[in-house]
Design a protein. Sequence first.
Length: 204
Amino acid sequence: MQPFRKHTGTVAPLERANIDTDQIIPKQFLKRIERTGYGQFLFYGWRYLPDGTPDPAFVLNEPRYRGASILLAGRNFGCGSSREHAPWALLDYGFRAIIAPSFADIFAMNCSKNGILTAVLEQAQVDALITRAAAQPGYELTVDLEQCEVRDRAGYAASFAIDEYRRRFLLEGLDDIGITLQYGDAIAQYEARRQPFTSPARAR
């Protein structure tokens, strides 16, 4: 997993609350076993019209937000089912950080295990950033996990708090498997001294 320390990118404002995981990646696209290939289906019900053409009214289809890698959103982002495909779709599309007043807990943890930072700011702070992004084409933010700070080039700065365990996941680029492999030597030593397993049937 790619570590997250500090990221600067274009901001896309998605001013909606309670965006659930089925809106992030609709269930009809959950047919792949790979983590890639989901970006094209991100927010599918909003990005496309019934005839399959892009909806020009949706924020991600506006030219000014093309290539955005930081998403601003409303409260309770990522609610609903705990599908891990949601962060896969966001990452595959190109998002590295999401800023919102609150996140669903399981979604936020899934994001951290896939290299996406979920930064919680106050509603007023998110509103201020949404206003700046809407007013300034190509508006960029720097999301700094080492300093736990969000800032822009005009001097705006806001701090955010994050669980230290989740922060370590991101800074070191570790998922559950990566953390387990850090104890590879201890696991090998245990396996070497452990008695071979014998099933009850063979013991008879």
